[in-house]
Ligand binder design. Sequence first.
Ligand code: DC
Length: 226
Amino acid sequence: MMVASPVITIDGPSGSGKGTLSKALASQLNWSILDSGAMYRALALVALQQKIIFSNENQLANLAARLDIRFMVNLNKSSILLYGKEIQKDISSESIGDLASSIAIFPKVREVLLYRQRLFQLPPGLIADGRDMGTVVFPKAILKFFLDASYEERVKRRTLQLQKKGFNVNLNKLLENMKKRDDRDSNRVMSPLIPAVDALVFNSTGLSTGELKSMFLMHIRRVLIL
Ligand code: DC
């Protein structure tokens, strides 16, 4: 009998710290990583480049089926390769995040990406980061986390991330965009942003990545019997 390799899911809104934490955990465990938000962002980027109309669900789904995206992570470096080219900076802006959230409402796009996301479940294990990883994509994950934080903290984290990548940040605009995106992601019909019923829910406000990592590792060790 084939035993599926383990998946740990980390869902939550942007700025909750899940991305940084996912990378830290994947690196520590030597597992691979799936940044599902980056898939929606990469799709938005390619749709922009190919001048696809953002309401054309079929064309977006076709594009999603051909998206060649890979994630790499090790101790101090991570990269996201689209057709072999590093795109981390190109997909980091808030405007791409907003477009990604708009196309994420389309059932056909989600269906294609769901299939593609499951292909990342390979040995020795996978850390999957997103909005619906624990609820829809990997319902049988061995451990599910849901991470949230106060708006203040989330804006602070996003600001630092954006500034590090060289973007100018308007705090009011960022907060407005974050609320709009949360609202859209949480209220869409298909796969909304909600914790899975069996998820461990944490609030990361005031906690460093190191503190979160230790907390999460405690639960991971319990489940993996490390
Ligand atoms: O995590 P992120 O900010 O990179 O995600 C960008 C958008 O992609 C997010 O606002 C909604 C969408 N998304 C989604 O619908 N489902 C996921 N599993 C991940 C992201």
